[in-house]
Design a protein around this ligand. Structure first.
Ligand code: NAD
Ligand code: UDP
Ligand code: UDP
Length: 315
């Protein structure tokens, strides 16, 4: 069945991959973005498709359109970007959620929220299950993002309880792949660009903090499976790759892949940087029959190829 789908943040890294998949599946896709961190370039190839439409709009303002399903992804995701204008970051998560939930309520649409592993903060429980409430600093530099996303989750569940809205909440763990911005400050893009340019690889802190990295294609598969899941399944559902690596291990992998003459340089650890992070994906496996397939080595190879093609050759 052809559906009218709204993707907010659709010109961003994850959003543009999601639009690709939805357009290819034949749905009518409305991509809404204010181009803060996303760009037309990410969706330029979709503009000639008759079932794709791009609208410049900021989700902190009301939006009146008629759609069947909403994927709410609008929000800068890299610490450098979300800390650039922290008030706007919270507004995007909170006012954006209210507007998109209000829209979903009016048109009776199913709505999915791109939440984040950041709701777990600097976690004491490891790996993190959905039942864990998290350990988040409410007044730190990361709070605009973490607390904004936590409040958005609250709104989703209150609209669900109060207005019987059909909601789905995905808690996305660190995801990487083609179309990440080279200068967005995230660790995968930083390390790859630094290695490609022969610059120092910047490790923050001692490099023994861990993250779990999910390849973008896997993640999009998880979002689609959650959106298509039966009515009662609201989540939150963790989506991520349970493989866990230190930043030193990641640097080594990137250096091995790229070669070159980069050296490791240690820099101060940013405030409230989580020590460890790994998803428990038991729920996604059981309820969505979903698990990631692409290992870090293969995914990094694809990503390095993309950065080499797109950004290095162009420079
Ligand atoms: P991104 O920055 O590439 O994409 C976000 C998109 O939202 C951009 O296109 C940006 O221009 C748009 N946007 C920002 N503010 C907006 C506003 N007020 N109105 C309309 N559009 C706005 O980041 P991403 O990695 O693609 O992340 C997409 C979503 O997934 C975000 O909600 C993010 O919090 C979530 N997420 C991502 C990751 C990850 O590792 N990539 C992890 C957890 C959660
Ligand atoms: N809203 C929107 N599009 C719609 C319907 C509502 O953007 O199609 C916004 C509107 O700005 C409103 C918000 O969503 O403030 C929340 O809507 P809701 O119906 O929950 O609350 P109310 O309209 O009573 O404030
Ligand atoms: N990091 C790093 N060097 C960089 C960028 C990031 O060592 O050039 C570290 C950062 O301190 C964090 C991890 O890599 O511990 C992941 O950072 P990222 O900003 O990608 O995501 P998040 O902290 O939101 O998980």
């Amino acid at each position: 069945m052809i559906e009218r789908l709204l993707v907010t943040g659709g010109a961003g890294f994850l959003g543009s991959h999601l639009c690709d998949r939805l357009v290819d599946a034949g749905h009518d896709v409305l991509c809404v973005d204010n181009f803060f961190t996303g760009s037309r370039r990410n969706v330029a190839h979709l503009l000639r498709r008759s079932n794709f439409e791009l609208m410049r709009h900021d989700v902190t303002f009301p939006l009146y359109v008629e759609v069947d399903r909403i994927f709410n992804l609008a929000c800068p995701a890299s610490p450098v970007h979300y800390q650039h204008d922290p008030v706007q970051t919270t507004k995007t998560s909170v006012h954006g959620a209210i507007n998109m939930l209000g829209l979903a309520k009016r048109v009776k649409a199913r709505i999915l929220q791109a939440s984040t592993s950041e709701v777990y903060g600097d976690p004491e429980q490891h790996p993190q299950t959905e039942a864990y409430w998290g350990r988040v600093n409410p007044i730190g530099l990361r709070s605009c993002y973490d607390e904004g996303k936590r409040c958005a989750e609250t709104l989703f569940f209150d609209y669900h309880r109060q207005h019987r809205l059909d909601v789905k909440v995905a808690r996305i763990f660190n995801t990487y792949g083609p179309r990440m911005q080279p200068d967005d400050g995230r660790v995968v893009s930083n390390f790859i660009m630094q290695a490609l340019k022969g610059e120092d690889i910047t490790i923050y802190g001692d490099g023994r903090q861990t993250r779990s990295f999910c390849y973008v294609d896997d993640l999009i598969g998880g979002l689609l499976a959650l959106m298509d899941s039966p009515d009662g399944l609201t989540g939150p559902v963790n989506l991520g790759n349970p493989g866990e690596f230190t930043m030193l291990e990641l640097a080594e992998k990137v250096l091995n892949l790229v070669g070159g003459r980069s050296r490791i340089a240690f820099h101060p650890l940013p405030q409230d940087d989580p020590r460890q992070r790994r998803p428990d994906i038991t729920l996604a496996r059981a309820e969505l029959n979903w698990a990631p397939r692409v290992g870090l080595d293969d995914g990094l190879r694809e990503t390095v190829d993309y950065f080499r093609r797109t950004w290095l050759d162009a420079a």
